[in-house]
Design a protein around this ligand. Structure first.
Ligand code: GAR
Length: 207
């Protein structure tokens, strides 16, 4: 049974999609061991509580230095013997030490088709604002492994979503979540939990 830690910062709709997928059997061989938020007011913490999942806030604000915060985050994951870290709307930059300790064991959901609209500064609504500004007709979401770059790790799954002429950043964000994120994030976890994802030469192979 794969032990998951889900790292969140906000609303937690992707966390909810994972909880639901475990409950309805779309994800097998995995359980959420712990939810960690860097933001004590994140609604995601409430979602975890409602489902009886242990949850903690680990915020940089509560530590004297960034190093102490990063150490606490890593120690917590190691103590709980987490197998896979899932970044589900997590806005914390993942420390290099953590990437080393969890090589190809951290995944992230990003709300665009990488390599479009990704990298430093592209998160949340900003991604959709830029997609609309550029006038793309197709956008989507990507689940990828986390390496030391920003949104540069091996891509696991992607799903395309059509942009509609009347879209606003908020309406596009919601449709990308509904049609892509809430589907491919649970799917990627299920594939990993069942040993079906391999990383070869910086790319994934799904068996
Ligand atoms: C999601 O759209 C996720 O893809 C995005 O933040 C949102 C979190 O929503 N993540 C990023 O932009 C990461 N670069 P949620 O808290 O409701 O799951």
């Amino acid at each position: 049974m794969l032990k998951l830690a889900v790292l969140v910062s906000g609303g937690g709709t992707n966390l909810q999609a994972i909880i639901d997928a475990i409950e309805n059997g779309a994800i097998t061989n995995a359980k959420i061991e712990l939810v960690i938020s860097n933001n004590k007011n994140a609604f995601a913490l409430e979602r975890a509580a409602r489902s009886g999942i242990p949850a903690r806030c680990i915020s940089p604000r509560d530590y004297n230095s960034r190093e102490q915060f990063e150490e606490e985050l890593l120690e917590t994951l190691l103590e709980r013997q987490v197998d896979l870290v899932v970044l589900a709307g997590c806005l914390v930059v993942i420390p290099e030490k953590m990437v080393d300790a969890f090589k190809n064991r951290i995944i992230n959901i990003h709300p665009s088709l990488i390599p479009s609209f990704c990298g430093t500064g592209y998160y949340g609504l900003k991604v959709h604002e830029e997609a609309l500004r550029r006038g793309v007709k197709i956008t989507g979401a990507t689940v990828h492994f986390v390496d030391k770059g920003t949104d540069t790790g091996p891509i696991i799954l992607q799903k395309a979503v059509e942009v509609q002429p009347e879209d606003t950043p908020a309406s596009l964000q919601l449709r990308v979540m509904q049609e892509a994120e809430w589907k491919i994030l649970p799917r990627a976890i299920d594939l990993i939990a069942n040993g079906r994802v391999e990383v070869r030469d910086g790319r994934t192979v799904i068996r």
